[in-house]
Design a protein around this ligand. Structure first.
Ligand SMILES: Nc1nc2c(c(=O)[nH]1)N[C@H]1C(S)=C(S)[C@@H](COP(=O)(O)OP(=O)(O)OC[C@H]3O[C@@H](n4cnc5c(=O)[nH]c(N)nc54)[C@H](O)[C@@H]3O)O[C@H]1N2
Ligand SMILES: Nc1nc2c(c(=O)[nH]1)N[C@H]1C(S)=C(S)[C@@H](COP(=O)(O)OP(=O)(O)OC[C@H]3O[C@@H](n4cnc5c(=O)[nH]c(N)nc54)[C@H](O)[C@@H]3O)O[C@H]1N2
Ligand code: SF4
Ligand SMILES: [Mo]
Length: 902
């Protein structure tokens, strides 16, 4: 029997069917009936079964004792203590001395109760969320343009479009199933053009007709230029603009004044004039255009203006609210949208109501019957952690997020938490960079155990259902919040005994006095977020709920598209053109920090890796943190591919391996966001990122920090594979990742150990002189190799060299699959080369079937394969989740150009 649930990773919100075998193994497959994915899953979703083990899980509440150590306590004691500390600090310093920092990975039900506790009972709006780092510019842009935070379209629009513009979105890696829907439609010829606007040449560009490698931060020029071009070239829908919008003339005047000349726009944005004009012409010509945008837009000091500059172009052409067209903010986390619905941001109330509107405060307070109501916006994430650092906020409860890794200027966040009086963390894992600073750790239920709802990018509310028992003493986040609230003296508002009761209350609030006429005759504007049709669900109906897109009005039917009638949520019903003036990122590069640091995601990891870092299938694709840079910049900085480099800014530094991915413009470097102190010695890029924020949304400028890259000098490089996890102590550089049956450590050190053999034995814990220990050392070249075997099976192996040229990890990994090593394998270990070099498949490209780069390139060459489909037919690669198809395409191009050149 399988359970229908929803993937806990990205905002695509794919339906998953999960099944637990008799031996406890969890199998997942895509839910063919779910309208987000129709049965498909990307590699992260497909590997979910590998991430639900209890290794490293936080299973009991813990409190930090006076000796600074965490001790296991009873739930009752933990809850009492959390409630008591919050109560004490509120009583002594007022409600604004406490705060909550929550997450788009909470369920709607969790989010709803924590927001209710903060705003309606404690009376503070100091509740912000990691969505501040993610979606807040889109929220602010929507509110300015539409009057409410609404994503008008749906995924079908992408398939009905002629032109799809992907702005600041690496869709192929970050929203793979949506990307596959686009790519498939394009291949079938229905989508005429796909344009990618991104300073990097990403995997997403592999399926694009045009890539505009825009200079970082200059998108507003590009879209202001487009607005002017559309107007000048007769693409305006004058009737729509007259009837349904305000503010056109001024927005156009500013756009024309600063971006009316495409040559000038091309210069500022660093683009070829011909490419720019191609994009502008396609946009002018294609009525059915969707502009999908993500963090390259939002995470910017002009993020909100970038959003509105895109929306302006859709308003000018009237391309919104109709099939196949519209601006489309794609969400990051599984419940980023749901968090906004319940008002989880410091700047909102609940159910899309506004903190600064007295009538809204009154609606929410009277609905809740709560003792108080926050009456002004609370602190946004960056300000919140500043306030903690300054001691203005003295207690913080962090839930389902890891800010010591994911905030900008993250060392500052670390120091803030270190000096905070009372830090509570609700997490599923014991050891995270943030938990190291918590006074109380509360074990939460994770995916597969928790039960509730999430809303994806297209407003679709889906159920996440439990199919695993609660491990240890872990409890649902909503339950813990209610327990603490009751202990704080707020019994009346938190008598929930199951998630469906919370969902119904939330649904009722969305419908409550929605569009009412007030007693004094002033109408309350109708709120688009309305779940009236879901207010009558009983528990069975909630359990059986099928995915539905809001608004869900009284008839119980969902809504495919909003704004179809041209009515917006502003009081006059009109959408707004927002006048946006372009500006460069706040901190410019200079001679000390000459490069721009851009940060983002890799294909197979999720954020701070607490879950995806467990799955061997996911760790092979990008096993180490890297700094991707242009070869010319590397030369100038004195660093080389494969060697280590320090990336330094005015805020901090980190160390990573230099790569030349080939997709980066000179002057820019890219570092992935995922690595942290649990997985590496010094690879937390958040410590390097500037804490600049967008003045309207407060969203940090994660994509633009001036940095310098310098060599990280070491005397030797090495790596180690071991069946047991080891503690890499006293090594200048290390990273660690889970492989299939082993843990892999990449290491480097400033000094060569005096006695390699002794050092290696000590580290690997091989004290028995009789142990089956193979060893080779050449002091003149600094090469050292050792392997430890037990009963002819490899237990661990270690390779050191003075240069980063080391044996193939893929070959050595394969030895861990064997029950016994042959003599030839033993010799190979000492020689440092496989007996059959052809056997090495190379770096993993297809994680699902473990197919390596070398195997694929050989097949392309020898069989003249010219499409990803042919590679799949041959090697299976790309045939399951499809996440690697863009890379297959890239390899085809690479091999063909090699063949042509030779
Ligand atoms: N594999 C994977 N998928 C994920 C996640 C994950 O951790 N791993 N996280 C999820 C979450 S929470 C989110 S928010 C999404 C994020 O999804 P995306 O926004 O697609 O991902 P990012 O890699 O953060 O950044 C997108 C692109 O913005 C580009 N960019 C940088 N500066 C600029 C600029 O000035 N202009 C433009 N136009 N582009 C620029 C970057 O080069 C990058 O390729 O992914 C979700 N999906
Ligand atoms: N430099 C840079 N930084 C960035 C970004 C960037 O592009 N560049 N992107 C930003 C964006 S868009 C985002 S969304 C953030 C994400 O950053 P975070 O939210 O900090 O990252 P996660 O690893 O997802 O953190 C989730 C935490 O919750 C725990 N957890 C998982 N499930 C549950 C649960 O059900 N309940 C509870 N209580 N805990 C759970 C996990 O173990 C983990 O510790 O990063 C932001 N930071
Ligand atoms: S695209 Fe992948 S990560 Fe995103 S929801 Fe679907 S399966 Fe999960
Ligand atoms: Mo995000």
């Amino acid at each position: 029997m399988s359970t229908a649930t929803t993937c806990p990773y990205c905002g695509v919100g794919c339906g998953v069917l999960a099944r637990v075998d008799a031996d406890g193994a969890v199998h997942v497959q895509g839910d063919p009936t779910h309208a987000s994915n129709f049965g498909r899953l990307c590699v992260k979703g497909a590997a979910l079964g590998e991430t639900v083990d209890l290794q490293g899980r936080l299973l009991h509440p813990m409190l930090r004792g006076s000796d600074g150590r965490l001790q296991r306590v009873e739930w009752g004691d933990a809850l009492d203590r959390v409630a008591r500390e919050f109560r004490r600090i509120i009583d002594e310093h007022g409600p604004d001395a406490v705060a909550f920092y929550v997450s788009g990975q909470l369920l709607i039900e969790d989010y709803y109760v924590v927001n209710k506790l903060a705003k309606g009972y404690i009376g503070t709006a100091n509740i912000d969320t990691n969505s501040r780092l993610c979606m807040s510019s889109a929220v602010a842009g929507h509110k300015r343009a539409f009057g409410e935070d609404v994503v008008p379209g749906c995924y079908e629009d992408l398939e009905q479009a002629e032109l799809v513009v992907l702005v600041g979105s690496n869709t192929a890696w970050c929203h793979p199933i949506v990307f596959q829907r686009i790519a498939k439609t394009r291949e079938a010829g229905a989508i005429k053009h796909v344009v990618v606007i991104d300073p990097r040449h990403t995997a997403t560009c592999e399926s694009a007709d045009l890539h505009l490698p825009v200079k970082p931060g200059t998108d507003v020029w590009l879209f202001n230029g487009l607005l002017a071009f559309l107007f000048q070239h007769g693409a305006m829908d004058a009737r729509f603009v007259d009837t349904h919008t305000e503010g056109f003339a001024k927005a156009l005047a500013v756009a024309e004044a600063e971006a009316g000349d495409p040559a000038e726009v091309a210069r500022i944005c660093g683009l070829q004039m011909s490419d720019l004009l191609t994009f502008y012409r396609w946009f002018a010509r294609c009525e059915r255009t969707v502009s999908l945008f993500s963090q390259g837009v939002n995470q910017s000091s002009s993020g909100t203006d970038k959003v509105n500059s895109i929306i302006n172009c859709h308003l000018l052409t009237g391309r919104i609210g109709k099939p196949g067209m519209g601006p489309f903010s794609i969400t990051g986390q599984p419940n980023a949208m749901g968090g906004r619905e319940v008002g989880g941001l410091a700047t909102m109330l609940a159910a899309h109501m506004e903190l600064d509107k007295p009538v809204h405060r009154d609606i929410v307070q009277s609905f809740w019957g709560s003792p108080c109501m926050a009456h002004r916006p609370g602190l946004k994430a960056v300000d919140l952690f500043d306030a903690i650092g300054e001691g203005r906020v003295k207690a913080v409860w962090i839930m389902a997020t890891n800010p010591v890794v994911s905030m900008p200027d993250a060392d500052c966040v670390k120091h803030a938490l270190a000096r905070c009086e009372w830090v509570v963390s609700s997490d599923i894992m014991t050891h995270t960079d943030t938990n190291a600073y918590a006074h109380a750790l509360l074990p939460a239920l994770g995916w597969g155990e928790k039960d509730g709802t999430v809303t994806n990018s297209e407003r679709c509310i889906s159920r996440q259902r439990a199919f695993l028992p609660a491990p240890g003493e872990a409890r649902a986040d909503w339950r813990v919040v209610c327990d603490v609230a009751r202990r704080m003296g707020y019994a009346q508002g938190f008598q929930f005994s199951a998630p469906h009761e919370i969902f119904l209350e939330h649904a009722r609030l969305t419908a409550f006095r929605n569009g009412d006429i007030e007693a004094d005759g002033v109408p309350v504007a109708r709120r688009m977020l309305n779940l009236d049709g879901l207010t009558h669900l009983n528990r069975e109906a909630y359990d059986a709920m099928t995915p539905v897109r809001w608004p869900v009005l009284a008839d119980g039917q969902g809504t495919t598209r909003l704004f179809s009638e041209g009515r917006y949520a502003h009081a006059d019903g009109r959408a707004r053109f927002v006048t946006v003036a372009s500006r460069m990122p706040l901190h410019a590069t200079d001679c000390e920090y000459p490069l721009v640091l851009n940060t983002g995601r890799v294909r197979d990891q999720w954020h701070t890796m607490t879950r995806t870092g467990k799955a061997p299938r996911l760790t092979g694709h990008t096993p180490e943190p890297f700094v991707d840079m242009h070869p010319h910049d590397a030369l100038r900085c004195g660093v080389r591919e494969g060697e280590l480099a320090r990336v330094c800014s005015r805020w901090g530094a980190m160390v990573a391996r230099v790569t030349h991915g080939g997709g980066i413009l000179a002057g820019n470097v890219f570092v992935p966001i995922h690595w942290n102190d649990q997985f590496a010695s010094d690879a937390r890029v958040g410590g390097v990122v500037n804490p600049v924020v967008d003045p309207i949304s407060g969203e940090p400028e994660f994509k633009h920090t001036p940095v310098r890259v310098e060599p990280f000098p070491v005397r030797w490089y090495g790596f180690l594979l071991s069946r047991r996890a080891l503690a890499p102590i006293g090594i200048s550089y290390w990273t660690s990742i889970q492989g299939d049956r082993f843990r892999r450590y990449e290491i480097a050190h400033r000094e060569q150990p005096a006695e390699c053999g002794e050092w290696a034995r000590r580290w690997l814990g091989v004290t028995d002189p009789e142990a089956d220990w193979l060893e080779y050392e050449d002091r003149s070249t600094g090469v050292y190799r050792a392997a430890h075997l037990v009963d002819d099976r490899i237990e661990s192996c270690l390779f050191l060299a003075s240069r980063p040229h080391l044996p193939s990890r893929h070959w050595l990994s394969s030895l861990f699959m064997q029950d016994r090593l042959e003599d030839a394998d033993r010799i190979a270990l000492l020689v440092g080369e496989p007996a059959d070099p052809e056997a090495s498949t190379g770096h993993v490209v297809c994680s699902c079937f473990g197919v390596g780069r070398r195997t694929i390139c050989d097949a392309i060459r020898s069989r003249d394969l010219d499409t990803p489909a042919k590679i799949t037919a041959h090697l299976r690669a790309g045939g399951n989740c499809g996440s690697c198809v863009p890379e297959l395409r890239q390899l085809i191009a690479e091999v063909r150009s090699q063949v042509e050149a030779s």
